[in-house]
Design a binder for this molecule. Structure first.
Ligand code: BDP
Length: 700
């Protein structure tokens, strides 16, 4: 029950006032709004600025504020606020904020409106503790770009449906080829994103089908409506565009990036977009990949393609997210050059230094495709003169499709914390932040100009129109963790999960808060490792059913042209990617990792089969043989899922019944599917190898 004073003007400050007013409606307290040019010390009452706002009562004389949310460039702060912030003069940036409290009074200060908004959600996260006496603390996002890509089709696509790789119902943006008439859900989504720290979305699928393509031209009004809805929460809208747009939309004979008519077409398109959406974020492009058109058709390279689009967006401050997921999906394994893991590096590293400043090369975190375990992509350590974004998959295409519990925070935290140049050097998070070369000159070596800023973190969204947003209610934790780790990659993923639990199951709304919290941790904390145990072993990946990618099919992709193989035979398993005898992929890493991965005995166990083909009797660093590891982990994984089910049952009657039922039903499916994985993988390897389980357990 606070008396809040909000000091500042602007759309996002309006949102802050609305949010506080909403809280006052629920919990009591008052909120007053002071325009930026009126001193915060002005006597009350001051009515709400910027026209009447929904929840803000026309203020009667009100008590002095004990919570002040203020823009630093606003008129003079009261003396108590100046005292609290003495010594904290550094810039907070576009999105940062400062929090300080005397016990009686709390101050949240920002340099820009977005900072106030993020600061407000920080207060919400802290709960009552936000109002304790506290020394000044400054918060600034480590990554400037924190983006979710929606693979939403504007129409329902005959093969991939409404949301490609979506497991949470239909699109929140689109229905029947147009924007949904009622965008109330989109506004709620904006709020959810701001609360997690996300500041950008791409609203349509990277595989751009006909109606998705038209968003750039005749359906631009739909995009503008979504942008208007998300703007109050500081979220900028981006569009996936097809590289063939000048042909399919503009009727030109080609889309050659060096053709003057093509350039003129893209320039006009950009002008039209910015006329309608002045803060439009930019484009996302999947080119020359899995059937999408691209510059290769015209004998041009990806720098030619990306720079063409970037040049047209630059005058308006837009960027191009150009995806590095480029490989030939129509080839079989012929020789070392056809290793799919090598493809992004081989295509893109020769282009380092050639991309414009407003091109962001968006690199999947691993060299293959969002598997439950992969090494970090070597591209992230090889393009010092290019802005790089790291792309992760929040939607659980390969991690249980939101039918399985799989909390991905620990996995992303490991990726972001990986140090490609060795433990003393910069991390993947530094690369995404654009600070790698300033942290360690080695990473800048060999490059031309250095990247002016990082490309940030991008996630493929897991959200749909499902009442729980994410299908599996516990998959919301992944959305939350994505945003929080993008803001601060150094956060402990278990602590982030704890935040999510407290916010999602507020103690006052559950039967036994301590038990609820312990149980959710027991179910979620280790769930990524559990998923890994019962699926493809030791980093080898895939083994999923072709097409939809749910459930096991050990040889499903083994003899197809997609480039995802395990090479199991009667003697052994794994992909030889060494320089000595294999594809040479290990040579794409800088030292020390090139050497560690190359060395059979130095390679981390969990990635062994990604880098090496070994006999079943090969002894891991853990002391177990590969074959026994496969059996043991698959039995253990299923047992852990059974334990998760037992833990969850303790919450019957303690949490929302609909949520309880949804999670229970999904845990049953997870148990069934995990056993299917165990039985197929174990029996496959028993039959191939002929080596029995040393514990004599029954294998299918
Ligand atoms: C793969 C998905 C496919 C996507 C592709 C991509 O199976 O649906 O189009 O990634 O990232 O993992 O473009």
């Amino acid at each position: 029950r606070r008396h809040t004073l909000v000091h500042g003007t602007g759309l996002l400050v309006d949102t802050v006032v609305d949010e506080v007013a909403g809280a006052c409606g629920r919990y009591g307290g008052t909120v007053r709004r002071v325009p930026a040019d009126v001193p915060a010390t002005a006597p009350s009452p001051v009515g709400p600025a910027g026209g009447p706002r929904r929840h803000v009562p026309a203020t009667a004389p009100s008590p002095p504020g004990d919570l002040l949310l203020a823009l630093r460039d606003a008129a003079a702060l009261p003396a108590w606020a100046r005292r609290l912030t003495a010594g904290a003069d550094g810039p907070l940036g576009d999105e940062g904020f400062l929090l300080a409290g005397s016990g009686d009074r709390t101050l949240l200060l920002a340099d820009a409106p977005a900072g106030l908004l993020y600061g407000l959600f920080h207060l919400v996260r802290l709960g009552r503790a936000a109002f304790d006496a506290r020394p000044v603390e400054c918060h600034r996002p480590a990554l400037a770009r924190r983006m979710l890509d929606h693979w939403d089709n504007v129409d329902v696509h005959p093969v991939t449906g409404q949301v490609e790789r979506g497991y949470a119902g239909g699109s929140i943006f689109w229905r029947d080829g147009a924007a949904r008439g009622d965008l109330a859900r989109v506004r709620e989504y904006g709020r959810l994103l701001a609360a997690c720290g996300v500041n950008a979305v791409a609203v349509n699928n990277v595989n751009v089908h006909a109606s998705g393509a038209r968003l750039l031209t005749e359906r631009l009004g739909d995009v503008a409506a979504i942008a208007d809805t998300l703007r109050p929460y500081g979220v900028r809208v981006h569009l996936s565009v097809t590289f063939a747009a000048p042909v399919v939309l503009g009727g030109l004979p080609n889309a050659d990036p060096l053709d003057a008519a093509v350039r003129a077409w893209w320039a006009a398109a950009a002008r039209r977009v910015y006329d309608r959406i002045p803060d439009f974020g930019g484009y996302v492009v999947k080119a020359d990949s899995e059937g999408q058109p691209g510059p290769f058709t015209y004998g041009r390279d990806h720098a030619d393609g990306a720079n063409l689009l970037a040049a047209t967006l630059a005058p308006f401050g837009g960027v191009v997210h150009w995806r590095a997921f480029v490989y030939d999906h129509r080839q079989d394994w012929r020789d070392r050059s056809t290793d799919r893991a090598r493809a992004a590096f081989d295509h893109f590293t020769p282009l380092d230094g050639r991309f414009r400043d407003n091109v962001i090369l968006q690199v999947k975190h691993g060299p293959m495709d969002f598997q439950v375990r992969e090494p970090v992509s070597p591209v992230l350590a090889a393009m010092p003169a290019t802005r790089l974004a790291v792309e992760v998959q929040v939607t659980q295409e390969y991690t249980g499709q939101q039918r399985h519990v799989c909390y991905l925070g620990p996995w992303w935290s490991e990726i972001l914390g990986f140090a490609p140049w060795g433990p003393q050097g910069p991390t993947v998070a530094d690369v995404a932040a654009g600070t790698a070369s300033t942290r360690d000159p080695r990473s800048g070596a060999g490059g031309g100009r250095s990247a002016t800023a990082g490309g940030g973190l991008v996630g493929v969204s897991n959200v749909g129109d499902d009442p729980f947003w994410t299908g599996h209610p516990l998959a919301q934790a992944n959305l939350y963790a994505f945003g929080r780790l993008a803001w601060d990659p150094g956060l402990d993923p278990v602590a982030v999960l704890d935040e999510w639990i407290r916010l999602t199951f507020p103690p006052a709304t559950t039967g036994d808060p301590g038990l609820v919290r312990r149980t959710l941790h027991a179910v979620l904390d280790g769930s990524w490792w559990t998923y890994e145990r019962y699926t493809a072993p030791l980093g080898v990946g895939f083994m999923v059913r072709p097409g939809h990618h749910y459930g096991p099919d050990v040889d499903g992709y083994e003899y197809t042209p997609w480039g995802t193989y395990h090479f199991a035979d009667r003697d052994g398993v794994g992909v030889d990617r060494t320089r000595a005898t294999g594809t040479g992929f290990t040579g794409q890493y800088p030292r020390p990792w090139s050497e560690r991965y190359e060395d059979l005995h130095g390679c981390p166990d969990e990635l062994l089969l990604f880098f090496h083909h070994v006999p079943y009797g090969h002894v891991l660093r853990s002391g177990r043989t590969v074959i026994q590891h496969i059996y043991d982990t698959h039995f253990a994984g299923v047992e852990q899922v059974e334990a998760m089910r037992g833990q969850w049952r303790r919450l019957a009657g303690l949490v929302d019944p609909a949520l309880y039922a949804r999670v229970s039903e999904r845990l049953d499916e997870q148990r069934r599917c995990a056993a299917e994985w165990r039985d197929q993988v174990n029996s496959y390897f028993l039959r191939k190898s002929g080596v029995p389980d040393e514990h004599g357990r029954r294998i299918w």
